[in-house]
Design a protein around this ligand. Structure first.
Ligand code: AMP
Length: 384
């Protein structure tokens, strides 16, 4: 890759993931061109930005012209747009992966068909089918919109039959999936990449803390994972990647239950729980994605030390914030708004105990996290 500059990559979406892809590509001679439907972008100065709705069919036919490959960093683009693009240019990951990931029902059905364990689930299309689902699953259950859910949006916890109707109304009367409520011990994500020759590169499993439906903190490698657990996570990942004939980086989220894993969802793109790889792995998830989609050999994805990632949500650290040794601040150039991811901090340490101290210290800095209590107990539980 070092010796092959001049690649041109098209990216649908121009948020922070596009920004970090372009930043990873720059030193390698990769030029990016973005398609964005927003006025505000995180990718100014990092390549040409074409502004249009993702439904723009004419652009879908033209966008890939002169590009080596087109990829996406945003899941809510119409699958048809990616299909059209793929008729005119090389696209990766494949449109099928996007389509499946956009529909929680199809996603869980695919997991199940591949022998991957999931939470029990039932499709819901109206009130009688919701009551039937509740009979099958019991309470509590979670109702989720099949499409367009992210960061905990589009879901409702239902504790009794009397709450079903209100929950359905809140979710907007669209097609839903009902899931049994899983009392998981931890949330683990797997990041991996597959290339066109079928070779797969893995990152170490990541332990994630969510609060209010948003990822707050990731730890890598996830502590307390046995060799059997690691091979189960990898086996699941391989099955999904091969079934989708996948090319690029994928992230799969799992619930850990009694030492085993239930697959919850996957993202067919670089992922927030892989941001630590910028400073904590030999090759970041962003470079690995570019390598996979450009048909270049993988570089080592080995973890360096023990790592944490803290998401900056809705606020920036004070202007006099100084990162310090083995602490890396990444800002996305976004205006802070409540609930908005505006940056992240990567932290590296030789041992989990040092990592825990550094993370807790950072949480006391104004503007770093509004979930410091949750992060503190998370650290105490897993990094002690
Ligand atoms: P999702 O959008 O499916 O990733 O859900 C957002 C968060 O809600 C997950 O990270 C979990 O913390 C929680 N969650 C989702 N599905 C379930 C479930 N079936 N049982 C318990 N918690 C869940």
């Amino acid at each position: 890759m070092v010796a092959a500059p001049g690649f041109k990559v098209g990216i649908l979406g121009a948020g922070q993931l596009g920004r970090m892809l372009a930043q990873a590509g720059r030193p390698l001679g990769v030029n990016c061109k973005f398609w964005s439907d927003r006025e505000e972008s995180c990718c100014a100065g990092l390549g040409e930005i074409v502004a249009s709705r993702y439904e723009d069919e004419l652009l879908a036919r033209r966008f890939g012209s002169g590009l080596d490959v087109v990829t996406f960093e945003f899941e809510n683009i119409p699958a048809e747009t990616l299909r059209t693009l793929s008729e005119h240019a090389r696209t990766a990951p494949p449109p099928l992966a996007l389509e499946v990931s956009q529909d929680r029902l199809k996603e869980k059905e695919l997991f199940r068909s591949l022998g991957m364990q999931t939470a029990p689930f039932v499709a819901v299309s109206d009130l009688p089918s919701a009551h039937a689902a509740a009979n099958a699953l019991g309470f509590p259950l979670i109702l989720k919109t099949r499409r367009l859910g992210y960061d905990g949006k589009g879901q409702a916890l239902v504790n009794s039959s009397s709450e079903i109707e209100t929950a359905m109304a809140t979710l907007g009367g669209v097609d839903l999936i009902a899931e049994g409520f899983v009392r998981f011990s931890r949330e683990i994500s797997m990041l991996a990449a597959r290339n066109g020759t079928g070779k797969i590169a893995f990152y170490d499993p990541v332990l994630n803390l969510h609060a209010g439906g948003i990822l707050r903190c990731s730890i890598a490698p996830a502590p307390q994972i046995s060799a059997e657990q690691l091979s189960a996570l990898r086996e699941n990942t391989v099955r999904l990647l091969n079934a989708l004939n996948y090319i690029g980086v994928i992230a799969i989220e799992f619930f850990e239950v009694g030492g085993g894993y239930l697959a919850n969802e996957f993202a067919p793109r670089v992922h927030n729980s892989g941001h630590w790889t910028i400073d904590g792995a030999k090759t970041s998830q962003f470079e690995t994605h570019l390598r996979a989609i450009l048909g270049q050999p993988f570089a080592p994805t080995t973890t360096l030390g023990r790592n944490a990632m803290l998401n900056l949500i809705g606020a920036l650290p004070a202007p006099d914030f100084s990162a310090g040794q083995s602490v890396y601040l990444h800002l996305y150039g976004k205006t802070p708004r409540p609930g908005r991811k505006v940056g992240h901090i990567n932290i590296r340490a030789p041992q989990y105990s040092d990592l825990s101290m550094k993370v807790q210290e950072l949480c006391t800095v104004p503007g770093v996290s509004d979930a410091s209590a949750e992060i503190e107990s998370f650290c105490a539980r897993y990094l002690a």
